[in-house]
Structure formats: structure tokens, C-alpha cells
Design a protein around this ligand. Structure first.
Ligand code: 6GU
Length: 225
């Protein structure tokens, strides 16, 4: 997979890709990530990329020209499966969407800033708009990093143990069950006996029951999906 990320703050988003699973995925050649600084496409030598909004109102809007130049240049070089705009006024990312995106070849991600981008960019280029939750971030960079993490770890061969992504929370619309490791008892706090029993079918049942219990209690909305 190749991911191109267009942003006004490349430095803000780079670091998550330099550690842990995201780094290993790149080292293994499973994904290539490229960052593009919108400032390089500014309309003047002062680096202008945003302006006041028509009709008045607080906040700057990213201008159409720098984004058009950057996106058009990339689109001439390859076909993108999706051109994604990160914005709070969109559908929220979920595991199903991450699964679908993990099978794509080329993704282009545009991150907003300030009041967002000129609507004509959204109308002309964007094939998918995505929020990561019902709260507002200062910019779309962290949201893009979240999206990339959710997608990249699902690319086959990225996680060492192929099954571990399958038992994540949400993969089956259930929260994950509790997990324990040694010691079996600590300051009087015991690990549930069933987990020490060696009876794996029973352990599977127990985990499923616990996942259901947790989901009913904390996220009953997931059970109606
Ligand atoms: Cl994608 N962008 C911003 N700025 N805020 C958000 C978001 C995105 N998703 C949730 N909040």
C-alpha cells in the first residue's frame, strides 16, 4: 500500500510513523507513506495558503489553489483508490471502514486546519470524508495518524500474529474481554480460575460472555449494529 498525506504540518504527523507497528510495517515493505507540505504549493513567496471566508465569520479557510496543485500533481502520477478528507463534519471512522481501506493500493489523505478547506475542493476531489469522533481537534493531522494506524495494522503480514487483529475490540462489534498475565495471584487479587484450567473451548465461551457483558454495560449501542 502507498499512502500520501497532504498537510500544513508534516512535522505534527510524522512521529507516529517512526515507531512500533507503523514503523515495522514500512520496514517490512507493507506500506510506504509520503508527506506533502501544502506550504510548498503556496500562492505567493510569503507562503500564503489560507484566507478569510466569504460571507464573513471567524477562522481562516485553506485556499483552493494550493490544494488543487498538490492533489492534481499526485493524481497525475497514479490512480488513488480513495481521496480522503479528514474533517469533524463527516461520518465517524469505524473498524469496518478500516478493514475495507486496508485492502486498497493507493490512498490519498488531505488533512484540514483552521475552519477547513474551500468546499470546492471537497466537491471536486474528495471521494470519502472521515471524522474520528464527536469532538473537535485543532487540525486533521492527528486524526489522519489515527486512521493510518487503524488501517496499516490490518494489512496482511503487518502484525506478527495474524490472529491478533481478529480478536481486537470491534472486529466483531464487541469490546475485548479482560486479559491477565503472571502472577496468578497478586496481593490477594486472583486471576479467574477458568483461565488457568487449560480447557480452551470453555475459555473461549468465557471470553465471549465477558465481551458481551462489557459491551452491554459500556457500549450497548454496538449490540444493535
Ligand atoms: Cl478528522 N478533524 C478535526 N479537526 N477534528 C476532529 C476530527 C477530524 N475528527 C474528530 N474531530
Amino acid at each position: 500500500m502507498r499512502i500520501d498525506i497532504v498537510t500544513v504540518s508534516p512535522e505534527l504527523i510524522k512521529s507516529p510513523f517512526e515507531h512500533s507497528i507503523l514503523k515495522r510495517a514500512q520496514d517490512k515493505g507493507k506500506v510506504e507513506v509520503f508527506f506533502h507540505d501544502l506550504r510548498d504549493y503556496a500562492i505567493n513567496k510569503y507562503g500564503k495558503i489560507d484566507d478569510y471566508q466569504f460571507g464573513g465569520g471567524a477562522g481562516m479557510v485553506l485556499m483552493i489553489e494550493p490544494i488543487d496543485k498538490c492533489l492534481s500533481g499526485l493524481m497525475e502520477q497514479r490512480n488513488y483508490d480513495e481521496i480522503i478528507y479528514m474533517t469533524p463534519d463527516a461520518k465517524t471512522l469505524d473498524q469496518g471502514t478500516a478493514n475495507i481501506l486496508s485492502a486498497k493500493k493507493n490512498l490519498l489523505i488531505l488533512t484540514g486546519h483552521y475552519k477547513g478547506v474551500d468546499q470546492r475542493i471537497r466537491d471536486k476531489f474528495i471521494t470519502m470524508e472521515m471524522s474520528i469522533g464527536d469532538y473537535v481537534l485543532s487540525g486533521g493531522e492527528l486524526a489522519a495518524a489515527v486512521l493510518c494506524d487503524a488501517v496499516i495494522r490490518l494489512i496482511p503480514g503487518v502484525l506478527g500474529d495474524e490472529t491478533s487483529a481478529l480478536t481486537d475490540s470491534f472486529q466483531d462489534n464487541l469490546l475485548a474481554p479482560p486479559v491477565y498475565t503472571r502472577p496468578a495471584e497478586y496481593k490477594g487479587m486472583k486471576v479467574p480460575d477458568i483461565l488457568l484450567s487449560g480447557n480452551f473451548p470453555k475459555i473461549d465461551d468465557w471470553r465471549h460472555e465477558e465481551a458481551l457483558k462489557r459491551t452491554k454495560l459500556i457500549r450497548p449501542d454496538l449490540l444493535n449494529k
